[in-house]
Design a binder for this molecule. Structure first.
Ligand SMILES: [Zn+2]
Length: 200
């Protein structure tokens, strides 16, 4: 039998991070750190309800440096391993650059992270009706791959970074501003994490 799973959740950026916000005239400014934290908090509650051990990497509201977040994740992964658990990390973000839709990123190459990324992408259409699921299928799977995210390359467990729609595109802005939209995004992550857990 495989070891039980513990899930670590990273919410990118902080209240003091420059940029990383929407700016539509006449509409409330949406801050990425707040979107990410709200979704992560919902995921945490849903996983706890499902009996899956989980923890937030950054409980603070202010920005915690990427190097410190990696140190925290790796400390958590080691502690979980000593307790007989395997780990997975999900880093939750919202995108910008006037695109639209959802993306899941992993580090380059075939890794265990790809399995969770695929499960998130498989779950996405059900929860994000009417939004593009932006895939890169050139390497045989749908996740986008980059070695530029150190939270994916320097952490000691499978790790996926999700870009949950675009803050600076009006349709996406409305969805991630709404409670219902955030619930859908949280439920999508949890459905995929539970599938991943079953697959181990
Ligand atoms: Zn971000």
């Amino acid at each position: 039998m495989s070891r039980p799973l513990s899930v670590f959740l990273d919410n990118g950026h902080g209240s003091d991070t420059p940029g990383k916000r929407s700016s539509f005239p006449g509409l409330k400014t949406l801050y990425e750190y707040e979107v990410n934290r709200d979704i992560v908090n919902m995921i945490t509650l849903l996983l706890e309800k499902a009996g899956v051990p989980c923890a937030r990497v950054v409980p603070e509201v202010h920005d915690v440096s990427i190097s410190e977040r990696i140190v925290r994740v790796n400390r958590m992964v080691s502690a979980a391993s000593n307790d007989g658990f395997q780990s997975v990390l999900v880093s939750v973000h919202a995108n910008a650059c006037k695109g639209s839709g959802f993306e899941a990123w992993t580090s380059k190459g075939k890794t265990r992270s790809d399995r969770l990324a695929e499960m998130i992408l498989d779950a996405a259409p059900k929860y994000l009706k009417g939004f593009a699921i932006r895939k890169d299928v050139t390497d045989g799977d749908g996740d986008k791959e980059s070695n530029d995210f150190s939270i994916l390359t320097k952490t000691l467990c499978p790790a996926v970074l999700t870009e949950n729609l675009f803050m600076d595109t009006l349709k996406d802005y409305h969805f991630i501003s709404s409670h219902a939209g955030r619930v859908a995004l949280a439920e999508m992550h949890v459905a995929a994490i539970l599938n991943y857990k079953e697959s181990l």
